[in-house]
Design a protein around this ligand. Structure first.
Ligand code: NAD
Length: 316
């Protein structure tokens, strides 16, 4: 039984990691300022005495130092996780995403943590090599303040490995979706918005023509990769793409959701947004080879599970 610290553990991805870790009998502590995360996401684990929640900020050196005591593995998920929000307010994104990450790394190194696994982002690639899958060896081309902040923090992962020997692994998540992703946030992601619109007979807003595509990756795959990344040999100091290797357009997403809910989802087109990327597809061969990652749950199954979850959430 190891001690894990999940930063941002009350958020979408972090809370799913917490449930998986507790399910495996691990000891779990969360550090979260609850800015976009919700205690409700982990309330069952807290009530059962399986998880300790520290309400605090990753930029607060004292709070991070306390959270790090006795920790074996850090899963660093805390960040201001929205491209649009970083365009509206780049200073807040930078402070949390870059300074917060350095604060976590500094404390992890001092506490002699075994490994830090970081939620990096596919936004690092920008519009690089549109038409083909992104490979980790490509020179990044971040387009938004968010993308720059996530990439800067990724470089800090490598720098702490090179400078102090602190083992770090960066997982460049592509578009993650699944249960506990917030549909109500001002900066909500596309799948929660589409699914809730479909279930409530509303219309889905598409920025641009809807032919833009993403490598949508179901949350269970991200959980699997994080757990593997904690101990995989040859992973320290490395960056891995984390998607499914499937190219799916927004129009296709709406078609699949329409089939599941049994009616066509109404579409409303708006102009393309600044910083929006045309195509994003992961080459996941490195993660398969070194982490043993399987990308087991593909889009059609993942989206069915997701629709079921939102049905329950909306009491439908
Ligand atoms: N969801 C995706 O598709 C995706 C894609 C690429 C990368 N990521 C990265 O994955 C991570 C998790 O994203 P998510 O989708 O679960 O978002 P989320 O907003 O649901 O989770 C982020 C969590 O971090 C917490 N947080 C934010 N700033 C904090 C701070 N300064 N101190 C402490 N806690 C703080 C929030 O309260 C929240 O619980 C982020 O680092 C994000 O950049 C997500």
């Amino acid at each position: 039984m190891a001690q894990y610290l999940v930063t941002g553990g009350a958020g979408f991805i972090g809370s799913n990691l917490c449930h998986a870790l507790v399910g495996r009998g691990e000891r779990v502590r969360v550090l979260d300022n609850l800015s976009t995360g919700h205690e409700a996401n982990i309330a069952d684990l807290i009530a059962a005495g399986h998880l300790e929640l520290i309400r605090g900020d990753v930029t607060d050196r004292d709070a991070v130092g306390k959270a790090m005591a006795g920790v074996d593995y850090v899963l660093h998920q805390a960040a201001v996780a929205s491209v649009q929000r970083s365009i509206d307010d780049p200073l807040t994104s930078d402070f949390a995403n870059v300074h917060g990450t350095v604060t976590v790394l500094n404390a992890a190194q001092k506490a002699k943590v075994k490994r830090v696994v970081y939620a990096a982002s596919s936004s690092a690639y920008g519009n690089k090599a549109a038409g083909s899958a992104k490979v980790e060896t490509m020179i990044p081309e971040p387009l938004s303040p968010y993308a720059v902040s996530k990439l800067a923090a990724e470089y800090y992962m490598k720098a702490f490995y090179a400078s102090y020997g602190l083992e770090t692994v960066a997982l460049r998540y592509f578009n993650v979706f699944g249960p506990r992703q917030d549909p109500k946030s001002h900066y909500a992601a596309v799948i929660p918005l589409f699914v809730t619109a479909a279930l409530q007979n509303g219309s889905a807003t598409i920025y641009g023509d809807g032919q833009q595509s993403r490598d949508f990756c179901f949350i269970d795959n991200v959980v699997e990769a994080n757990l593997l990344a904690c101990t995989a040999e040859g992973a320290a100091g490395e960056t891995f793409n984390l998607g499914c290797g499937d190219k799916i357009s927004l129009l296709q997403v709406l078609d699949v959701i329409g089939e599941i809910v049994g009616h066509k989802v109404e579409r409303k087109h708006e102009p393309t947004r600044t910083g929006d990327i045309r195509e994003s597809l992961a080459d996941i061969s490195k993660a398969r080879r070194i982490l043993g990652y399987g990308a087991k749950v593909r889009f059609p199954d993942g989206i069915k599970l997701t629709v079921d979850w939102y049905k329950k959430l909306l009491k439908l």
